[in-house]
Write a protein that binds this ligand. Structure first.
Ligand code: FAD
Length: 440
């Protein structure tokens, strides 16, 4: 990680901790209600922390480029998922401890007989449980992504709003005006985040739309959308980054899908391309996009981008994971950058290799070697077959392996296997960069 990113990352970690811990420190100061035993106070404290963590989740998924840049969007989403489990544990432990201390409190969790302030607490907890269950087992429960996404936002809003009302209802710890001011401030901040994501950002995207200039069929059930900015210069991105594409309807609808750019980042006309493989209902309909269709892009995002020019770049792609690599290679070609690059590219068979011909042309222009790895090779194939592993690296890469920069994008199983192989070869973590298409 570059120094400026390391410093910025450290600052954001500090800000995050401040937001989470401020309500706890606040409890320790000012006037307090008559002290309960330690566990009673502890239960209240973790309830406050759980609520603060839940509220800040809006910030983690608000896609602030300046905040996510040091880590990359996938790491932030991973953190969002893990920290929500911690918040859930705190929120659930809060009533468990209180009931364990005084079993009569069990009635507070039974909706129809509880007081309104206890009902809000129960509603908040149940909403959070439903939210986490749906997030963890969305595919197993066969919930459509779009349905899940909408219910995820709705449940989060209910969990937080009900949690706040529960806290206000039991206002024993909020007697000092500045304690109330802190929670009012936090609430305004969370509402602000929600409004920013759902209203301000879409308004901005509305003013910077793109028009589809071409829809190009590629090998491997893939279509390339060429998009040109409509009345604005477009945005700058780094090769390997991605954006959220809203194809049908306005950016206010929660229908954006993430796709890497496959075009050069050095293009002067602001045009960008995304190459999309048919894998589901949205991606399967891409080929029907009419030329002239208005689309919206939210981006660029991601920390998956080329590194120092002196190092050999080893690009490892599986299937449609080749799209960010294409952007990197095309950018190097446009910039006349002759750094050594090797692309290890896994595909089903010879006919379905997306960008096969483009890569042949680029190989002639760059210091680029393309190694195709086929799962179903044609008869007479003498190249690589099967899965990319440590032995394959040894056959194609010059040692010392730890000196190269590795970029990996493909199916999860492939990425896990490659990360293991690189570890076997003694490649330090700082030398490999990955983009997981499964992070959402
Ligand atoms: C950073 C990143 C870059 C990507 N780049 C490319 C690329 O260059 N080319 C490419 O072909 N694919 C890319 N993908 C994958 C692509 O986003 C999914 O294949 C696509 O969204 C699936 O949509 P679907 O409705 O056709 O499939 P479905 O069958 O409906 O969904 C399959 C899975 O895709 C994910 N998904 C569905 N809808 C969304 C959505 N609105 N937002 C986020 N995820 C969703 C969900 O995990 C879902 O379970 C990328 C993914 C990520 C995270």
């Amino acid at each position: 990680m570059q120094l400026r990113f390391a410093v910025r990352g450290a600052v954001w970690v500090f800000v995050y901790l401040l937001f989470i811990l401020a309500p706890l420190f606040m409890l320790l100061t000012g006037s307090s209600p008559p002290t309960r035993n330690f566990w009673g106070e502890f239960a209240v404290a973790i309830g406050y922390s759980g609520l603060a963590m839940m509220g800040l989740q809006f910030g983690l998924t608000a896609r602030f480029r300046y905040v996510t840049e040091p880590w990359g969007e996938d790491v932030i989403y991973h953190f969002h998922r893990q920290i929500s489990l911690v918040a859930l544990a705190l929120v659930i432990l809060h009533p468990i401890i209180l009931v364990a201390l005084r079993p009569q409190r069990l009635g507070m969790l039974i909706f129809y007989q509880a007081s309104w302030r206890a009902r809000f607490g129960a509603l908040s907890t149940y909403s959070l449980v439903a939210l986490i269950v749906m997030a963890l087992w969305r595919t197993k429960l066969k919930i459509r992504y779009e349905t899940w996404h909408l219910s995820h936002i709705a449940l989060a809003v209910v969990a937080i709003a009900a949690g706040l009302l529960h806290m206000v209802g039991f206002g024993r710890y909020l007697v000092d005006p500045w304690k109330r001011a802190l929670w009012i401030g936090l609430t305004i901040f969370w509402i602000g985040l929600l409004l920013y994501v759902r209203i301000v950002k879409p308004l901005f995207m509305l003013r910077r739309s793109y028009l589809v200039a071409e829809v190009r069929k590629e090998r491997g059930d893939t279509c390339t959308l060429v998009m040109q900015p409509d009345g604005h210069p477009g945005f700058r991105f780094n090769p390997g980054q991605f954006a959220w594409l809203t194809l049908w309807g306005s950016p206010f609808r929660i229908t954006g899908h993430p796709f890497s750019f496959s075009s050069s980042a050095a293009a002067a006309d602001g045009r960008v391309t995304m190459s999309i493989r048919s894998l589901g209902d949205f991606t399967g309909a891409i080929h029907r996009t009419p030329v002239g269709q208005r689309v919206y892009l939210d981006g660029p995002y991601g920390a998956f981008t080329i590194g120092a020019p002196a190092d050999m770049h080893v690009l490892i792609a599986g299937g449609v994971g080749v799209t960010p690599m294409m952007s990197m290679i095309r950018t190097l070609a446009e910039r006349g950058d002759k750094r050594p690059v090797i692309l290890l590219y896994g595909s089903k068979d010879w006919e379905s290799i997306t960008f096969r011909e483009d890569l042949e042309t680029l190989e002639a222009r760059l210091n680029l070697t393309v190694v195709h790895v086929l799962q179903n090779p044609p008869t007479g194939w003498t190249g690589e077959t099967g899965y990319i592993d440590a032995e394959m690296f040894k056959r194609h890469l010059p040692p010392p392996y730890a000196d190269h920069e590795y970029f990996i994008c493909g199916p999860d199983v492939m990425m896990d296997a490659i990360e293991k192989a690189l570890k076997e070869l003694g490649v330090p973590l700082s030398k490999y960069h990955s983009e997981r298409y499964s992070f959402v």
